[in-house]
Design a protein around this ligand. Structure first.
Ligand SMILES: Nc1ncnc2c1ncn2[C@@H]1O[C@H](COP(=O)(O)OP(=O)(O)OP(=O)(O)O)[C@@H](O)[C@H]1O
Ligand SMILES: [Mg+2]
Length: 320
């Protein structure tokens, strides 16, 4: 590098940097780049004075401004694109949220209709088929009382028929009871659950402990039916899946809500499966999904806790 160029470097630095805002060197590298540009263009014959240098600097500065402007407009364009995309995504999310709400309401209504239908079928079974069978039973027992007048084969046929009719009556009573326990409408959730627990224990061989406050009182019919269904489904799951020999039904009521808890001491639900239920990404059966939708559709809370020591299902509904 010539002596002249070395001198120029010193001059350029002071002339360019001292007037504030004329050239802004933000870092050492930038300063180095500026020096290189200027010194590379400095030829002794053309640029022997500071005005020549200033021209170069101005050209450099406006090139830089143009580049900055182009960068800014590119930035503005991508920001606009981003805003449009965000608005589109927000729209999609709220549409999906609304669709889920509708589905939840629809599910709750379907379950409600199903309850009504079950109640209706249970009554029909009890009041119609049940009554015809009861009449048949009376006739057969009258015949049995006169069995001494019957031929031996006829007496055997009457006895057989009596057995079949008794079986039918018992099946119809159980079916009608499982469809909709009559006690639920008449004496309420607490008494209906106590009766159901006794029947379940007899049928399944699983001991059921019941912890229901004596002063539970009555709740709206929908609430009683839904909480009853949760207990029914949960006990069915205890019987089918848990391997537990005991189950517990507990009810708590406070000023706002009533909570039922059904626990077992079985093998538990595999954690992965439970997480998939919570995230609604897997549907194994309709039991748990149905309970959850039923309770959430009535603005209640539903949860399941499970470990290798057992499973507890908890459902709360507002008292109103
Ligand atoms: N108390 C429990 N103990 C262990 N596993 C359970 C228990 N309850 C549920 N599960 C597991 O969760 C799964 C889903 O239960 P869910 O009630 O939804 O369906 P299901 O009982 O298989 O069929 P459905 O109720 O439709 O007849 C069960 O298949 C079982 O693997
Ligand atoms: Mg089930």
């Amino acid at each position: 590098m010539s002596k002249f160029e070395q001198t120029c470097h010193v001059q350029v630095v002071y002339k360019l940097l001292i007037p504030a805002h004329v050239v802004r060197c933000v870092c050492k590298e930038e300063l180095g780049g500026l020096m290189a540009t200027i010194s590379g263009n400095l030829l002794p014959d053309k640029s022997a004075n500071s005005f020549g240098i200033l021209d170069k600097v101005v050209a450099f500065r406006s090139k830089r401004l143009r580049a900055q402007e182009a960068l800014r407009s590119r930035h503005d364009a991508s920001e606009l694109l981003l805003k449009e995309r965000t608005a589109e995504l927000e729209k999609q999310v709220s549409q999906r949220y609304r669709a889920e709400e509708c589905l939840r309401e629809l599910t709750a209504r379907v379950l409600h209709l199903q309850d009504d239908e079950r109640r209706h079928i249970a009554r029909e079974l009890h009041d119609s088929a049940g009554q015809y069978l009861a009449a048949l039973q009376m006739n057969l027992s009258a015949l049995q009382r006169e069995s001494s007048t019957l031929a031996p084969l006829q007496a055997i046929r009457v006895a057989d028929s009596m057995e079949i009719v008794n079986c039918c009556i018992s099946e119809i009573r159980t079916l009608s009871y499982l469809m909709h326990p009559p006690l639920l409408d008449e004496v309420g959730l607490g008494a209906a659950l106590k009766g159901y627990a006794v029947g379940f224990a007899e049928r399944s061989g699983i001991r059921v402990d019941v912890d229901i406050p004596a002063d539970l009182g009555r709740l709206p019919s929908d609430t009683e039916t839904s909480l009853f269904r949760v207990v029914q489904q949960s006990l069915a799951n205890v019987h089918r899946h848990s391997g537990s020999h005991v189950a517990k039904i507990k009810i708590r009521r406070d000023a706002e809500q009533t909570t039922v808890e059904i626990g077992d001491e079985g093998r538990g639900i595999p954690p992965g499966l439970l997480q998939e239920f919570d995230d609604c990404i897997r549907l194994v059966g309709v039991g748990i999904a149905g309970m959850r939708e039923r309770i959430r559709g009535m603005k209640g809370r539903f949860s399941i806790r499970s470990s290798p020591q057992g499973t507890t299902v908890e459902a709360s509904l507002p008292n109103r």
